[in-house]
Design a protein around this ligand. Sequence first.
Ligand code: GDP
Length: 319
Amino acid sequence: MSKGRDVPALVAGARAGDARSVARLISMVEDGDPRLREVAAALAPSAGTAQIVGLTGSPGVGKSTTTNELVRALRVAGHRVGVLAVDPSSPFTGGAILGDRIRMQEHTTDPGVYIRSMSSRGQLGGLAAATPQAVRVLEGAGCDIVLIETVGVGQAEVEIASLADTTLVLLAPGMGDAIQAVKAGILEIADVFVVNKADRPGADATYRDIQGMLGLGERGPGDWRPQVVRATAVKNEGIDDVLAAIAKHRAWLDESGRLRAAHEHRAAVEVEAIALGTLRARMGNLRDGTGLSALAARVADGTTDPYSAAEALLAELGL
Ligand code: GDP
């Protein structure tokens, strides 16, 4: 795939800020390229150099509009920014859907911004493994802030959003979002709530709902109290408040020692996803041969039990 360029050249290119090298490396991550090990090893020293901000919320709530405005403000403040638009709900078409997000186009010619949509085509361990790897590519390219935008608020999105150091949950008035957020477990992962579309009727009620729900949550003395911010992304209003809330959370992460914990959580999810993916692939290889299919036949016949069969399968894998 590299068309003559080997991994060290691509990594060097990414480090020098070459957008095409960055794009190629992220494609390798998506595709589960066999040389990913080499890429990961080369990029390992860049880990943890960017602040990772997750952005999630129901479709139509204003995520891409907000991301676009955040990118603009971060660029003005001199940051180098990466944006990963991740669609866990449609692994095969995610790239295509998120790929042509028109509102992002104003940034495509800016060399200080990398925007990329991601699906998990061939990656062992899916997006849970691919997202941190893509983040590391962006860190290697010198991004000091990476925004991870997900499409919705399902379990998969919550998992991806929880990979961030700071998680933003967007809500909008009149979408029943506050209720949905509770259902999806979003309340637990949100560090900052953004009540977007503050120009719409009902925004104050949504704001109060969230504040009310936060009041019910149990929190220890040193714990973070999620911030609630109002914004009207289409008019670029409230974006500075969102950035201030992100900065405040970052300061709390530093002071409380939780930044390290966030990094270790991300690494743990990544390592576990790779390990499970590898295991699944190896078991898949057994499926066609004598291994799993023979054991399954015995379980189906009632000549052995599933626990013994699982043990035998793991033993075949040397575990
Ligand atoms: P996403 O699906 O969450 O990424 O949402 P989009 O950013 O694509 O926005 C969905 C629609 O809401 C678009 O038509 C936006 O122009 C509109 N929108 C975004 N932010 C605001 C806002 O603050 N106020 C109003 N009235 N509309 C907004």
